[in-house]
Design a protein around this ligand. Structure first.
Ligand code: SAM
Length: 240
């Protein structure tokens, strides 16, 4: 089994990446374990770039004030706070109790799986999701569930890490995420978790395939924006 029983269920960095139910359980245990220091490590390892990326995510939703936006895999609630600042009405949902307990937001929080949303069909104006695509057990079911939850014309803005296209940047980025991030994570939080997180980028399909999955789920105006030299990506689309 590719999870380490000795490390609170966090994936063993020396084993192949987990899949299916094993992955879902490992992801949940991992975020429960790193929740208390998640924000601190995030800010340090991205040099606070994550703050600007989330604000851009909310702007790209391009929805009017008062819009009801589901922030899926909300974690500690950063995007919920940005949505509030933009006068929208966020509802945060996450599978990790640890992350929900550590959340700092006025938004209502729901313990829910992003693949099975506890909302009526066509009831949401928008969906945001930050840095969680690679943690899900399936992308097709995820985007199909977003299409179900959104009203026609509803918007999605999905933020995720990425690998730069430029070879030099790609090399530096791989070294930073493969070595420096686990080191910082080990000092402040859990080393195995911060070894797993960079490896988990391998779950993401190639760009064209990912955009095709979103289109096939019932979205138009599907676009990808590269952030900060391509170390993060912002996917946006409109529900047909
Ligand atoms: C890297 S954190 C991102 C948290 C937050 N969105 C942010 O921008 O910082 C990934 C989050 O995805 C959550 N998650 C993973 N799989 C999930 C699922 N199937 N349903 C809901 N949340 C999930 C984890 O519990 C964790 O809080």
């Amino acid at each position: 089994m590719p999870v380490s029983a000795s490390n609170r269920g966090i994936p063993d960095p020396n084993q192949p990446l987990p899949e299916g139910a094993v992955k879902a359980s490992a992801v949940r245990s991992m975020f429960d374990a790193i929740a208390p220091r998640y924000d601190l490590v995030n800010r340090i390892m991205t040099f606070r770039l994550d703050v600007a990326w989330r604000r851009r995510t909310v702007r790209r939703l391009d929805l009017p004030s008062g819009s009801v936006v589901l922030d899926l895999a909300c974690g500690t609630g950063d995007l919920c706070r940005d949505l509030h600042r933009a006068a929208m009405t966020p509802v945060g949902m996450d599978l990790s109790w640890g992350m929900l307990v550590a959340a700092r937001t006025e938004a209502p929080l729901v313990h829910a799986d992003a693949l099975h949303l506890p909302v009526a069909t066509g009831s949401a104006d928008g969906v945001t999701c930050g840095f969680a695509l690679r943690n899900l057990t399936g992308l097709e079911p995820f985007f199909a569930e977003l299409a179900r939850a959104l009203r026609p014309g509803g918007r999605i803005a999905i933020l995720e890490v990425d690998r730069p296209r430029n070879r030099l940047l790609r090399f530096g980025h791989a070294a930073y995420f493969g070595r420096v991030v686990p080191f910082i994570g080990g000092l402040l939080s859990n080393r195995d978790a911060y070894r797993y997180l960079p490896r988990s980028v391998a779950y993401l399909p190639p760009e064209d395939d990912l955009l095709a999955v979103i289109r096939a789920a019932g979205f138009v105006d599907v676009a990808k924006e590269r952030c900060s030299g391509g170390i993060a990506q912002l996917l946006t689309a409109t529900r047909v």
